[in-house]
Design a protein around this ligand. Sequence first.
Ligand code: SAM
Length: 211
Amino acid sequence: MSELERRLGRRFARFTTNVVVSHPRFWRLLRPLTRYQFDRLAPQWTSMRSGDAFAPLDQALDTLPSEPKRVLDLGTGTGLAAFAIARRFPTASVVGSDIAEEMIAEARGATPPELAERVRFEVADAAHLPFAAGSFDLVSLANMIPFFDELARVTAPGGYVLFSFSGGPETPIWVPPERLRQELGERGFTDFADFQTGAGTAFLARRGDRQ
Ligand SMILES: C[S@@+](CC[C@H](N)C(=O)[O-])C[C@H]1O[C@@H](n2cnc3c(N)ncnc32)[C@H](O)[C@@H]1O
């Protein structure tokens, strides 16, 4: 993939994020190109990640009051955040989901044997997730476009959602923290917390106790 193509891809990702956060119904129009873009990127994706890409995610995980048992990593890409979370919480089962089949194929191929019993990957659209309400104690989104209604639906009462953006506001897929507060607050989330490590940022929220 050429540098020009990558640059256009980053612009498209930012455009798509802004449109979908404000008007989720337009996702169906943007979905095919988004999936195509990430299918194309899949073979190089892991090598494009910097060593500290998940530092803010790590920082936020440090503050969780207890170990989550059921974790969903949305827009998992090649599964790097899913692996990091599974390593950190040795009793957790982790599902990584992504719309890009090539990303999921890479993630499956990269799964370390010692995690294979606890980490699995599924092709799924975060706008219409194939999971029952309240299925997860922690839902992570690393550099991923949020679909707030589905996010709220699959997070268990008292569970957490964790956003991380490897390059902070410079990340192509980025949602300002005030927007996250607003959208999540409207859906019963509380206990908002912001994190920053280097250029990266993260945002943690807890779902209220009632379904
Ligand atoms: C910027 S990449 C981040 C990948 C990984 N989380 C990371 O940080 O390395 C965004 C990923 O989200 C996926 N994605 C975008 N929209 C999605 C959706 N509606 N449902 C599931 N995955 C989606 C893309 O296919 C891509 O793999």
